[in-house]
Design a protein around this ligand. Structure first.
Ligand code: 5GP
Length: 214
């Protein structure tokens, strides 16, 4: 778990859970970094059975684990809030750190694929689901081939998965189109800020405290 501080978002008794989902190559990583730089929230580091790419670090980008360790965690460990198979590898959100942060009143951010996002909505209906939309599939294809972290076969599979995820857009609460990184980063920040300002988060004791001043 990493945490950054800057823009203040009100601390409630329980934090809010934000989920961002979008195809490989859509720019989720950059948007996530921008969000964490501008708003105080906890980022949940996932477990994965995928191998680390050059420049990725265990415990920072992911907890890189063997399939055996992952399956053991499901059956006998603390378990996952959600997990899914994605193009031949398992990915999951460790349950404990997310629940603890929410309990402390901190906002938590997950960056996960669509099946996992649906599991989160089922388990925690108050979670806020945000879909990051690519400007086009063509653009996604050129971004994926340009970054060259995957074989052509894996890229094709990731694109197929992207199509399935785009078809699930209506299951998300918000859609941010990443055709312009500045605007998309602002859109994302606006969603997080606005969700924190919802009147429903005010407890009657808090209203009483304001009224008590006069
Ligand atoms: P990548 O291999 O490109 O890092 O990630 C592949 C996909 O897995 C991305 O869509 C990413 O958002 C998703 N992912 C990362 N962590 C998790 C997780 O904990 N759970 C689920 N369901 N998906 C994840």
């Amino acid at each position: 778990m990493t945490m950054t501080t800057s823009t203040h978002v009100t601390h409630r008794q329980r934090g809010l859970l934000f989920v961002i989902t979008g195809a490989s190559g859509v720019g989720k990583g950059t948007l996530r970094t921008r969000l964490l730089e501008s708003i105080s929230m906890v980022y949940s580091i996932s477990w994965t059975t995928r191998e680390a790419r050059v420049g990725e670090y265990d415990g920072l980008d992911y907890h890189f684990r063997t399939r055996e360790a992952f399956l053991h965690e499901i059956e006998e460990g603390a378990g996952f809030l959600e997990y899914a198979e994605f193009v031949g590898n398992l990915y999951g959100t460790p349950r404990g750190p997310v629940e603890q942060a929410l309990k402390r009143g901190q906002n938590v951010l997950l960056e996960i694929e669509a099946q996992g996002a649906m599991q989160i909505k089922e388990a925690i209906p108050s979670a806020i689901l945000i879909f990051i939309m690519p400007p086009s599939l063509k653009e996604l294809h050129s971004r994926l081939t340009g970054r060259a972290t995957e074989t052509p076969d894996k890229i094709a599979k990731r694109l197929e998965r992207a199509k399935d995820e785009i078809r699930m857009t209506h299951s998300f609460d918000y859609v941010v189109v990443n055709d312009d990184i500045e605007r998309a980063a602002n859109d994302l920040k606006s969603i997080v800020v606005a969700e924190n300002l919802r009147s429903g988060h005010w407890k009657s004791e808090e209203l009483e405290a304001v009224l008590a001043v006069c």
